[in-house]
Design a protein around this ligand. Structure first.
Ligand SMILES: C[S@@+](CC[C@H](N)C(=O)[O-])C[C@H]1O[C@@H](n2cnc3c(N)ncnc32)[C@H](O)[C@@H]1O
Length: 204
């Protein structure tokens, strides 16, 4: 079983590497959870864009003056992020790293951003990786699809209100999930976003 698990993981990583090699001149964009709520960011501190892909979140965090790292296990994505950061002259550390096998250390970041990536076992670790007062920005796809966005495998899709349950240990600042309410061709659909804060009094 262990061997099968290893092979499956390895194939997933290769799939992502292949995808980024084929991607061409795709420009990185920050996720809505961050782009629309950047006013909540602290003026300084350490920030992490976890499973960053081309690093749209990392570039925004670095532009906001935070000491930023972007981690992804797909080397071509990290190379593209390094190139883009150099082009726009933003200081950041782009790191090839398996964020599940080697997650962030406890109390190591003031801001963690995760977009379009879901590994449920990592959620408690992410809360612990925030410094007291630190912020988690999370956005990913839901099982309920009204516009057909996101992957099909339910393992990588959120149940209704699931982000609220996964991050129940945080103080919720922002939550958005529109389900199938109202005019479904409009609005922000098929995803959920949460911004949560580790309480300033929550010491190690
Ligand atoms: C759908 S992409 C999202 C990329 C980026 N966060 C975004 O919103 O555009 C998912 C990313 O997760 C990365 N990934 C998947 N599993 C990972 C792991 N265990 N460690 C680090 N990166 C991982 C993939 O390489 C891919 O870049």
């Amino acid at each position: 079983m262990a061997t099968v698990g290893f092979l499956v993981t390895d194939r997933k990583q290769q799939k992502w590497e292949h995808r980024y090699r084929q991607a061409g001149a795709e420009l990185p964009e920050a996720a809505a959870v961050l782009a629309e709520n950047r006013h909540l960011l602290p003026a300084r501190g350490r920030a992490l864009d976890l499973a960053c892909g081309l690093g749209g979140n990392a570039l925004l965090l670095a532009a906001a003056g935070l000491e930023t790292e972007g981690w992804d296990y797909a080397a071509p994505a990290i190379a593209a992020l390094e190139t883009e950061a150099a082009r726009v002259r933003l200081p950041l550390r782009a790191v090839v790293r398996d964020a599940v096998a080697r997650p962030p250390e406890p109390a190591s970041f003031d801001v963690i951003v995760v977009s379009r990536f879901l590994e449920r076992a990592l959620c408690p670790v992410l809360m612990q990786a925030l410094r007291p007062g630190g912020l988690l920005f999370y956005q990913t796809f839901t099982r309920l699809k009204v516009q057909g966005l996101g992957p099909r495998n339910p393992d990588f899709l959120l149940e209704s209100n699931e982000l609220l349950r996964l991050f129940a240990g945080l103080r919720v600042l922002v939550y958005r999930e529109e389900h199938d309410c109202g005019e479904t061709s409009a609005g922000w659909r098929d995803q959920a976003m949460l911004i949560g804060q580790r309480l300033p009094s929550d010491r190690e």
